[in-house]
Write a protein that binds this ligand. Structure first.
Ligand SMILES: [Zn+2]
Length: 214
């Protein structure tokens, strides 16, 4: 039996001969001086929506946390285990990132589950169902809108949940204080897997628009 899946071993060899070889100085500097990424990205676990790929970023550029449906839970200092909140705390308080991007995407399985809460849990723990319960009120409002098509409901909740996560980011005192001082900016974005289109959230209106390039 292979110690690692063969595809990963092949890929690693390519990485060492290609990217690592050409960026070895950068890796060494990052190892010596530590990481200083300016941007944190909160993205979905989905294998088709990797932030480093979409934004063409190299090592040390993005501080990434990924979870099902790229959700930020509200600030809950209750002594329980909060992995996303822990990553957020480190990014803001230690790395002092200047930007936080909540990156959603089309055809999100987590959002699909939220729109169909009657679907059977994948395991007795129903971790996905509990996690997606964060957006239950919005999911219910969207799911019962029969004027919209299935695709429209899906896209709507994907974008609504990005706005919801950004609102939850502001429930963390460390985020709201730094944002108030102008040292931290919050962003929303939505990636269309099928076309490669990126849509950015207008901070004033909450609408998603195609970004303009210089
Ligand atoms: Zn997803």
């Amino acid at each position: 039996m292979d110690a690692l899946p063969p595809r990963l071993l092949t890929g690693y060899r390519e990485f060492m001969q290609g990217r690592y070889a050409s960026e070895s100085n950068r890796y060494r500097t990052l190892a010596k001086d530590g990481q200083t990424p300016e941007t944190m990205v909160i993205a979905c676990c989905d294998s088709r929506a990797a932030p480093e790929t979409i934004f063409d970023c190299g090592p040390g550029e993005l501080f990434v946390v990924r979870n099902v449906a790229n959700l930020v839970p509200p600030y809950e200092p209750d002594g329980k285990h909060h992995s996303t909140s822990a990553a957020l705390e480190f990014a803001v308080q230690s790395l002092k990132v200047k930007h936080i991007v909540v990156l959603g995407h089309g055809r999100c399985g987590g959002i699909k589950t939220a729109l169909d809460p009657a679907s059977a849990p994948l395991s007795p723990g129903d971790f996905i169902g509990k996690w997606m319960g964060l957006v239950a009120p919005a999911a219910e409002a969207v799911a019962t809108n029969t004027m919209m098509t299935v695709t429209e409901r899906q896209t709507a909740l994907e974008r609504i949940s990005i706005r919801y996560s950004i609102a939850n980011l502001r429930s963390f005192p460390c985020v709201s204080i730094l944002e108030g001082k102008g040292r931290l900016t919050l962003h929303g974005a939505w990636f269309d897997i099928s076309t490669g289109e990126l849509w950015a959230m207008n901070p004033a209106t909450g609408d998603f628009e195609r970004p303009e390039f210089d």
